[in-house]
Ligand binder design. Structure first.
Ligand SMILES: [Zn+2]
Length: 143
């Protein structure tokens, strides 16, 4: 398999938002379940959990940013729409529900979005590209 064409950060972020591989754009690349991750991209063989310090921390931070953004947006919209009679407890219940939905529901997306940022900050090394190509070839031959 030939190497995927290099793309910019916006394209990689969009790929991440749709839970695709930031490197090749492969669909459903890394997740075998909602919380279960495969070691490599099913399409290009890229070992996405790279040997870089802080990858997990970055993915967790991305989840916190996404959840916090959704909470702030929901709270802001709720206050603007209902002002001056802001229904405090219903709004808290709605904001709490949004936090749970985005925090848990956005778990895989936080990893793939963070991967896009990570690949942009630390482009793939030639060894990683060769390793990915070898695994992609092995997967192709196994089918
Ligand atoms: Zn890939």
């Amino acid at each position: 398999m030939s190497q995927p064409k290099s793309v910019g950060l916006p394209t990689m972020l969009v790929r991440g938002l749709f839970r695709r591989c930031a490197h090749c754009g492969g669909r459903g690349a890394f997740f075998t379940g909602w919380f279960a991750r495969a070691e490599r991209c099913k399409t290009c063989g890229f070992k996405w959990e790279r040997d870089l310090v802080g990858f997990q921390l970055g993915a967790a931070a991305m989840n916190i940013i996404m959840t916090g953004g959704a909470v702030l947006a929901t709270m802001g919209i709720g206050v603007i729409v209902t002002y001056p009679e802001v229904p405090t407890w219903p709004l808290i219940a709605i904001v709490g529900s949004v936090a749970l939905l985005v925090g848990i529901g956005g778990f895989p997306t936080s990893y793939t979005v963070w991967l896009a940022v990570d690949v942009r900050m630390h482009p793939l090394e030639p060894e990683e590209l060769a390793d990915a190509a070898a695994h992609a070839n092995a997967q192709t031959q196994a089918q």
